[in-house]
Design a protein around this ligand. Structure first.
Ligand code: GLU
Length: 316
């Protein structure tokens, strides 16, 4: 139990040390509903896999770990998991596995690469993933299915979708609409574009707190099995691959910097959240809404850098 006491101290230390940095960075204002969030929030939660089967998942949290926020692009990890379960390896015919080195909503690369997005964690790739999940179905049903999947992983029916954020994105999402149209021109979107965008905006508008998010990501630290229910979410091999993509592509064009500083796989969102995975140990969620120049949480990255050094967690 010594290491558990230690984690309690570590989240406390990280939270205390981050206070001096709060307020740096800019909240994402291109989605009006996100522009009004106070950048001075900070929350952290670590969900650890139990050492023995009968033990419960333990969660260590500090700061604003109970305050819900918009998970935005972190949702891409969960829809990718769903799409791989549905389509298997066929998905890789439609989307690549390479870091983009470009901003999350970049359009130029798509032209050169003839409508095959670099990876599933940038917007273009995530739109293709959503299209693959939709496959002629009803958008409302798919939105409900995504919500259900994440509630199940978080073991919490209180996870919701924020309709105001979804509408706000719909009203201003001209760039995502352009990406979807461009993909469609190359034949890499098969459903009605409005339907794909509706699902995409709703998945990005998922509202979770750090505790729920850390708990939901635990299967990625645990070989694809949710340790709470022992249910297999995805295979060991897919879990490794999702983690590899998070490591190489999870922080837009600052993915190398994140790997260098933190040494864990991770996915950020413009709501200021980051989900990070320490394989065979823990799933970690941090949240602080002020973003750095690459659209990643300024304090979130600092906090994970501190945490990985204090806990000695790195995949290298
Ligand atoms: N919904 C946001 C967008 O598509 C997600 C961006 C992000 O978190 O990277 O612009």
């Amino acid at each position: 139990m010594e290491h558990l006491k230690n984690l309690d101290e570590i989240v406390g230390t990280v939270c205390r040390e981050m206070q001096a940095h709060l307020g740096h960075g800019r909240v994402a204002d291109y989605i009006p509903a996100l522009a009004k969030i106070d950048p001075r929030h900070f929350g952290i939660a670590i969900a650890i896999q139990p050492e023995r089967e009968a033990e419960e998942v333990a969660i260590f949290a500090a700061g604003d770990a109970e305050v819900p926020f918009s998970v935005q692009s972190i949702s891409k990890v969960f829809t990718l998991t769903m799409a791989l379960e549905k389509l298997g390896g066929a998905l890789w015919k439609r989307v690549g596995k390479e870091p983009s080195g470009s901003p999350f909503n970049s359009i130029v690369q798509l032209e050169n690469e003839r409508g095959i997005p670099r990876n599933p964690l940038i917007n273009a790739g995530a739109l293709v993933v959503t299209d693959a999940l939709l496959a002629g179905g009803d958008p409302a049903q798919l939105i409900a299915g995504i919500l259900d999947f994440i509630r199940g992983l978080a073991h919490d029916p209180a996870v919701t979708i924020d309709p105001e954020v979804a509408t706000s994105e719909g009203d201003t999402g001209f760039r995502n609409a352009s990406l979807a149209n461009f993909l469609r021109a190359f034949g890499n979107i098969e459903n009605n574009i409005q339907d794909v965008l509706e699902v995409y905006f709703h998945q990005c508008a998922l509202r979770m707190n750090c505790r729920q998010l850390a708990r939901a990501g635990l299967y990625l630290a645990h070989g694809g099995v949710d340790p709470g229910s022992a249910a297999r979410v995805t295979s060991v091999q897919r879990t490794r691959r999702i983690n590899a993509l998070m490591m190489t592509c999870g922080h837009y064009d600052a993915s190398g910097d994140f790997a260098f500083r933190v040494g864990l796989s991770g996915k950020s969102g413009v709501g200021g959240g980051i989900l990070a995975i320490a394989p065979r140990r823990a799933s970690i969620a941090v949240w602080s809404p002020g973003l750095n120049a690459w659209g990643n949480s300024h304090v979130g990255v600092l906090a994970l850098e501190k945490l990985s050094s204090l806990a000695g967690w790195s995949v290298f």
